[in-house]
Design a protein around this ligand. Structure first.
Ligand SMILES: NC(=O)c1ccc[n+]([C@@H]2O[C@H](COP(=O)([O-])OP(=O)(O)OC[C@H]3O[C@@H](n4cnc5c(N)ncnc54)[C@H](O)[C@@H]3O)[C@@H](O)[C@H]2O)c1
Length: 419
């Protein structure tokens, strides 16, 4: 074995996780709880301070305990990038609303910072979701240019994350994963790192394949949801119950239709499929139509609200209330949420924003926002269930005398309208 390859098997001294949001923080905490020396870095110094004070920034099943354990094991938080053997980058990867292409700026800027402090032969793992080709197009040139200037080599890996907010800790442990690396030995080394907490199968492949699989998975789900949304509209005109139809269809051994809803949100399904549309506009026809169908759902719900108001002789918008602001149930993440999209669309019609309430959104993000379930219910005659949080499922009896539009199929009360 040459000296060069020997160097790759040095004992793991430190992992620096860059970006401590929904993905980076649970990953950092999980690694630290396994006894690995971890420093979490984020450019948001207020967040770093909160974490140092022992106050994690979101609620997740099992997260609090894991966080405490990581603190016991000595996890540190900093605004500075650290010299480390392995870097895990989990920063945002938005898309450009005009071109639909990825905006790689956050990833590039963090890679640029990492190479200033990393030692020779460090491994940079991009965990952020990126469009296929992003690493070759935007990241590799930064590494190559640095090598030309300083002679320092760095190894690149892509290890996209699959966890879902609401069940993050369970999924971090049990999901299978993909690791794409230029060098299979480095791929195996990173596999070993993730195996410290992940019991699922970990496939090692090349970077380009790893990039493609992540975007393909989310696109598959987006297209399937768009189909369910379209089916919901067809079933309504046909007078059939879409949920019953989907339940029966899914008893077919080769059919698995997802659920319709008021739209898609979050950082994955509402964004990643656009990368294909941006990069392959002439080929990604099904994907583009699916994404347009999904983004049209908040408007469709608004249309249903108008229809139901008319049917029930309600003309006072102030008696209508939207339950739920987050993009899915039992999480506090409001990014790209269908409720916010609906409110935005309503604003364009110059009307007063509809009342809104979410038990997990304790700060004000929109006008007419309530912070108490009972006062919200008291002040509304027509409740639109936009998110099926545990709270409303456990308190359905409080909606007994209301007009209800249930966009999540969580309400069994007689007379509740569906999508
Ligand atoms: N949230 C999800 O459900 C989910 C699931 C799978 C994959 N992903 C992917 O993971 C990546 C991260 O998503 P997220 O939801 O954790 O984002 P997030 O917005 O919750 O967190 C990102 C963090 O990165 C920090 N940051 C930004 N630029 C930085 C920089 N240059 N240096 C240091 N810190 C920086 C921000 O301050 C923020 O705290 C994205 O690519 C996303 O697509 C997200």
């Amino acid at each position: 074995m040459s000296a060069g390859s020997n160097r790759r098997f040095i004992l793991l001294k430190m992992v620096n996780v860059i970006g401590l949001g929904y993905i980076g923080l649970p990953t950092a905490v999980m690694l630290a709880s396994c006894g690995i020396c971890v420093v979490g870095t984020d450019c948001n110094s207020a967040l770093v301070k909160k974490l140092r004070d022992g106050k994690p920034n979101f609620i997740e099943n099992g997260f609090e305990t894991l966080f405490r354990s990581a603190v016991k094991f000595g996890i540190r938080f900093s605004s500075d990038y650290q010299p480390a053997d392995i870097y895990i980058i989990a920063v945002p990867t938005p898309y450009c609303e005009i071109t639909k292409k990825i905006n790689p700026d956050y990833v590039c800027s963090s890679v640029g910072e990492v190479i200033k402090v990393c030692p020779e032969d460090a491994v940079i793992v991009i965990e952020s979701t990126v469009s296929p080709g992003t690493i070759d197009r935007y990241v590799r040139p930064i590494i190559d240019e640095n090598k030309l200037k300083t002679g320092k080599s760095v190894n690149l890996v892509h290890a996209p994350e699959r966890i879902i907010p609401g069940n993050m800790i369970e999924e971090l442990i049990h999901n299978s994963r993909v690791i794409g690396a230029d060098n299979p030995e480095i791929g195996m080394r990173i596999k070993k790192l993730y195996s410290s907490f992940c019991t699922g199968e970990i496939v090692v492949t090349d970077i380009r394949t790893a990039e493609m699989t992540k975007v393909a998975e989310n696109t598959f789900r987006a297209v399937n949801i768009a189909f369910a949304n379209e089916l919901a509209k067809i079933c309504r005109l046909d007078g059939t119950d879409v949920y019953e139809v989907i339940k029966i269809c899914n008893m077919h051994p080769r059919v698995n239709i997802l659920q319709p809803g008021p739209g898609v949100g979050g950082h994955c399904i509402s964004i990643d499929p656009w990368f294909f549309v941006g990069d392959y506009p002439d080929i990604s026809r099904v994907i583009e139509t699916a994404m347009t169908t999904n983004s049209g759902m908040p408007d469709y719900v608004l249309g249903r609200i108008y229809e139901i108001m008319k049917e029930n002789g309600i003309d006072d918008f102030s008696r209508v209330g939207l339950y739920g602001l987050t993009y899915k149930e039992n999480v506090d993440d409001c990014r790209e949420s269908p409720t916010l999209q609906l409110l935005e669309s309503q604003k364009r019609h110059f009307s007063v924003p509809i009342k809104v309430y979410d038990p997990l959104v304790t700060y004000d993000i929109t006008a007419n926002q309530y912070h108490n379930f009972d006062s919200f219910i008291f002040d509304t005659d027509f409740v639109v269930i936009m998110v099926g949080h545990r709270e409303i499922c456990d308190n359905m009896d409080k909606l007994k005398n209301k007009i209800i539009l249930d966009t999540r199929n969580v309400c069994n009360l007689p007379g509740a309208y569906k999508l």
